[in-house]
Design a protein around this ligand. Structure first.
Ligand SMILES: CC(C)(COP(=O)(O)OP(=O)(O)OC[C@H]1O[C@@H](n2cnc3c(N)ncnc32)[C@H](O)[C@@H]1OP(=O)(O)O)[C@@H](O)C(=O)NCCC(=O)NCCS
Length: 137
């Protein structure tokens, strides 16, 4: 999947997360630490450094959400990270993103911290980021 396709998919989500530019996606996926697990309806992208993985973005096309694709991409991403030596996976999620939080909790993640007012939303609001962690072994 190309950086332009990733941005296009991100644009379809119609949520209030900031849509990454193609250049931001390019920078992430061209790094040797990158892990990208993608399919026709979305992707999960992040990196593995030593034995820690970090999920940086997970996107499912708007009209395909809530059909299990997110769970599948997250699982595929975790498997790739595990193969690369990761023992834990971290991610950050906006405090009001109930679908994503639900997916992470039911996939075995637990909240380990909070970054107060970390996200700048499109409407100038600021929101906490919740830090989630899962053991991959
Ligand atoms: C978050 C996202 C990746 C989840 O992918 P998805 O394909 O929609 O999610 P899934 O269908 O795999 O469902 C995951 C879980 O959501 C929960 N869920 C289902 N319907 C829900 C609803 N109406 N409201 C809240 N949670 C719901 C369920 O726990 C579901 O698990 P289940 O299979 O046990 O029912 C997707 O909604 C998305 O792209 N959102 C916009 C971008 C985004 O916010 N990314 C996350 C950034 S951290």
């Amino acid at each position: 999947m190309t950086p332009d396709q990733m941005r296009e998919l991100h644009l379809t989500t119609r949520d209030n997360t900031r849509v990454w530019t193609a250049q931001e996606y390019r920078t992430v996926i061209n790094d040797p630490s990158a892990i990208l697990f993608s399919g026709e309806n979305g992707f999960a992208v992040g990196r593995v450094v030593h034995d820690e993985a970090e999920l940086l973005m997970i996107i499912v096309k708007h009209d395909q959400q809530l059909r299990g694709f997110g769970r599948g991409y997250l699982h595929g991403f975790e498997m790739e990270c595990h193969k690369r030596g990761a023992k834990t996976c971290f991610l950050e999620v906006a405090a009001n993103n109930n679908t994503a939080k639900s997916l992470y909790y039911s996939s075995g993640y637990q909240q380990t911290g909070t970054r107060k007012l970390y996200y700048h939303m499109n409407n100038n609001q600021r929101l906490d980021a919740l830090i989630f962690k899962k053991n991959l072994v």
